[in-house]
Write a protein that binds this ligand. Structure first.
Ligand code: UT7
Length: 333
């Protein structure tokens, strides 16, 4: 039993200025605002200008986080960045962000768990706080999905967007913070959601480039089914293990992949949709970015002691749920 819990003590976020609306997409592929909105709940997404990379968003979100929490960058001991679209194949982006914000005493690394990356990273980061190893750990989740999207494929280009959020983890002695997580993985999911080329199995060559195999492929139907199963079952497991009823939980925050997935999960859990965080309309699916971006959007409504369950599902497959209590009054930030 550890002496303290790892609490989220602040949030920073960044989304690019440029918007790509459903009406813009109507001009690019055979689609319609009506189809996109009714099937996904998305109206627009943000697009990062080419040449900037994930660390551009990370630097801005982390600087905001440092300012909001009154933290000197030299105090930060560790930075974990959940992403599948880092600046480079190597080196990692966590250390690029540390360098850009002047976190000279921090070390870090990236975690590649697609849409579940923020939950995986939160879990890992929280252990360094719980064990007393570190006192200030930054966990980032974000993606530049526009860098790996095929804008000729209407089944994927309407869904994804760019954005990033970052949270500070610090020790709490009054029990607030991350309480429990149930995280899962099933590598057989690779056939449904991946980029075929660009890794060591299939480096990008002329053939792969011509076939656009370096860009996202998704077979959406099976992913949809597994997503609702994976998220609802792990929320239930976490609730049961921690003796939580629907009434105990203030908010459920699901990964923002598709509004119909979110609604189905809420209905499978018999949980009121009014207490489910939803901001997919504005950003689409930002992969590792959706959870911290939604926390940022809802921060002013969050109160000390609120009970939250975060849940996600993504490429891998990876999925899971995390139960935490909120450590500050968001309206006072
Ligand atoms: O974050 C990682 C995890 N990812 C997810 O959780 C995504 C899960 N999957 C989904 O969200 C949905 O499966 C999609 C949004 C990707 C697709 O929605 P759907 O309701 O499952 O559509 P569908 O794939 O069954 O396609 C239905 C029809 C097809 O036409 P036919 O075969 O019925 O003639 C598609 O070709 O809709 C067509 N279609 C489109 N039409 C207009 C597919 N994409 C589009 C589009 N615009 N953008």
């Amino acid at each position: 039993m550890s002496l303290h819990t790892a609490a989220i003590t602040g949030i920073g976020a960044y989304v690019p200025e440029e918007k790509l609306t459903n009406f813009d997409l109507e001009k690019i592929v055979e689609t319609s605002d009506e189809w996109i909105f009714s099937r996904t709940g998305i109206k627009e997404r943000r697009i990062l200008p080419k040449g900037l990379g994930l660390s551009y968003m990370g630097e801005r979100a982390v600087n905001q986080l440092l300012e909001k929490t009154g933290t000197d960058p030299l105090e930060v001991e560790m930075i974990i960045c959940a992403t599948i679209t880092g600046d480079y194949v190597f080196p990692d982006t966590a250390n690029q962000i540390a360098y850009k914000v002047g976190a000279k005493n921090a070390f870090g690394f990236d975690i590649n768990a697609a849409c579940s990356g923020f939950l995986y990273s939160l879990h890992v980061g929280s252990k360094f706080i719980e064990t007393g190893t570190y006192k200030k750990v930054i966990v980032i989740g974000g993606d530049v999905m526009s860098s790996i999207i095929n804008y000729e494929d209407r089944t994927t280009c309407v869904i994804f967007g760019d954005g990033l959020g970052a949270v500070m983890l610090e020790p709490s002695t009054n029990g607030e913070g991350i309480k429990d997580s149930k995280l899962c993985a099933d590598g057989s999911g690779v056939e449904f959601l991946q980029t075929f080329a660009g890794g060591s199995k299939q480096p990008i060559d002329a053939e792969a480039l011509a076939a656009k195999e370096h860009l996202v492929f998704q077979n959406g139907g099976p992913v949809f089914k597994r997503a609702v199963q994976g998220m609802s079952s792990t929320v239930k497991q976490v609730m049961e293990k921690n003796s939580l009823t629907q009434d105990d939980i203030t908010w459920i925050l699901p990964h923002q992949a598709n509004k119909r997935i979110i609604q189905t999960v809420a209905s499978m859990l018999d949980f009121p949709i009014e207490r489910v965080m939803v901001n997919i309309e504005n950003y689409g699916n930002t992969t590792a970015g959706t959870l911290p971006l939604a926390l940022s959007d809802y921060e002013s409504q969050l109160k000390l002691g609120d009970k939250l369950i975060l849940t996600a599902f993504g490429g891998g497959f990876t999925w899971g749920s995390t139960y935490l209590t909120w450590a500050y009054n968001g309206s006072e930030v």
